[in-house]
Design a protein around this ligand. Structure first.
Ligand code: AMP
Length: 401
């Protein structure tokens, strides 16, 4: 049985068609630059067939139609009939406090998703467009929403509340929500499998380091703290996002300089992080290349990023009162041995010791232990698979119908 997983962003649709008996993708791809005349479709089948095309695709609805057309095509297709797609799972970024697990999409759920839009204006409206377009295209097929925030709904009040007047939480729902939940969930469970122990017995820190970065403290399989907060801006240093800063800085800039709130939004979300610190790039590959060839600016950006990461790892060991495993995932976590080494440097005092050879060897989608034999804490690189979590939850809900 095949499940289609859709991840609709502001100008893109990522998709995977997953065969659930093997849990392997049949085809996957990306439609990007939606709304432009030169939108691009990239499609890849499990057997190696690849297809790329540039064409005018206006919106999510047209993009999903295009995906279905390719999935059915004789040259690049993997299914014979659209009815082969039994259910569609959607990534939804924000589930407010309403959703602590994945849910079947119903008119009532759609109403709540519309109500949540304000909390994630950059993401949820596009996720909603995707669901609405998919409902029209796949008539009678169940649609499931899987939330980035759901896994973190177990975070206790003392960790999710900000020390603001309580009315802002009660009236406006301002609290820590956390994001990348499906990724943290997947790699934590995979770590337990690799360790051969029940997740209920483990204390795990998961570091999702990609374009967006977040870290989570997971006790017995439950998220108890995470670095992203009310929005995905808080916490670690990211490609273009600043992460933690003194909250007075935006007020200071807006009061004293010619910066309005829109400029401030751009500064914090699009001009900071690796890009802002280095003045070179938001891409950690480029930062590392420049750093190796002697750029002081690149080294500064790398050092600030690694220091912040290390600070969070150390503090979450305190939160968890110990640690069994530290997991690195996503583009940087899976590929950058330099980031992993810097984040773990001098953490022997907390039981973390890397094997530098194993660390260097573990790149490009490889799963593996990178800790030294005498390290108290296991350090593991695990490629994330958010689509599989979405497909599994969708299947579970499909079967329960
Ligand atoms: P993701 O959001 O998980 O796709 O991660 C994307 C990020 O991974 C990119 O911005 C790159 O900075 C980073 N990345 C990918 N490959 C490497 C690599 N070999 N070394 C360092 N960073 C990498």
């Amino acid at each position: 049985m095949s499940i289609l997983v859709l991840n609709c962003g502001s100008s893109s649709v990522k998709y995977q068609l997953i065969e659930m008996s093997t849990e392997k993708y049949l085809a996957k791809g990306l439609v990007e630059r939606l709304g432009e005349e030169d939108a691009k479709v990239k499609h890849k089948c499990r057997d190696g067939r690849r297809f790329e095309e540039v064409k005018d695709i206006k919106n999510h609805s047209q993009a999903i139609k295009e995906v279905v057309r390719i999935l059915l095509s004789s040259e690049y297709g993997v299914i014979k009939d659209v009815s082969d797609i039994k259910a569609v799972g959607h990534r939804v970024v924000h589930g407010c406090e309403k959703f602590s697990e994945s849910t079947l999409v119903t008119p009532e759920v759609m109403k709540v998703l519309h109500d949540c839009k304000k909390l994630a204006p950059l993401h949820n409206p596009h996720n909603i467009h995707g669901i609405e377009a998919s409902e029209k295209l796949f008539k009678g097929v169940i649609q499931v929403a899987v939330f980035d925030t759901a896994f973190h709904q177990t975070i206790p009040e003392h960790a999710y509340l900000y020390a603001l007047p309580m009315e802002y939480y009660k009236k406006y729902f301002i609290r820590r929500y956390g994001f990348h939940g499906t990724s943290h969930y997947y790699v934590a469970h995979r770590a337990a499998e690799l360790l051969g122990k029940p997740i209920e017995s483990l204390k795990i820190i998961t570091a999702h380091l990609g374009n967006g970065c977040s870290i989570a403290a997971i006790d017995g399989g439950k998220s108890v703290d995470t670095s992203m907060g009310f929005t995905p801006l808080e916490g670690l240093v990211m490609g273009t996002r600043c992460g933690d800063i003194d909250p007075f800085i935006p007020i200071f800039l807006m009061e004293n300089y010619d910066v309005d709130y829109r400029d401030m939004d751009d500064i914090l979300n699009k001009e900071s992080g690796l890009l802002g610190l280095s003045g070179i790039s938001n891409d950690s590959r480029e930062i590392e290349e420049k750093m190796i060839s002697g750029s002081k600016e690149a080294k500064r950006a790398f050092d600030v990023t690694a220091y912040r990461l290390k600070k969070y790892i150390a503090s979450y060991i305190g939160v968890l009162c110990g640690l069994d495993a530290l997991v690195f995932t996503a583009g940087i976590g899976e590929n950058s041995d330099l980031t992993r080494a810097a984040a773990c440097e001098n953490l022997e005092c907390l039981g973390i010791k890397l094997d530098s050879e194993k660390n260097k060897e573990t790149v490009r989608g490889k799963e593996g232990f990178i800790n030294a034999d005498d390290s108290k804490v296991k350090v593991i690189v695990i490629p994330t698979n958010e689509e599989l979590v979405i497909a599994r939850d969708t299947l579970r809900i499909y079967k329960s119908m």
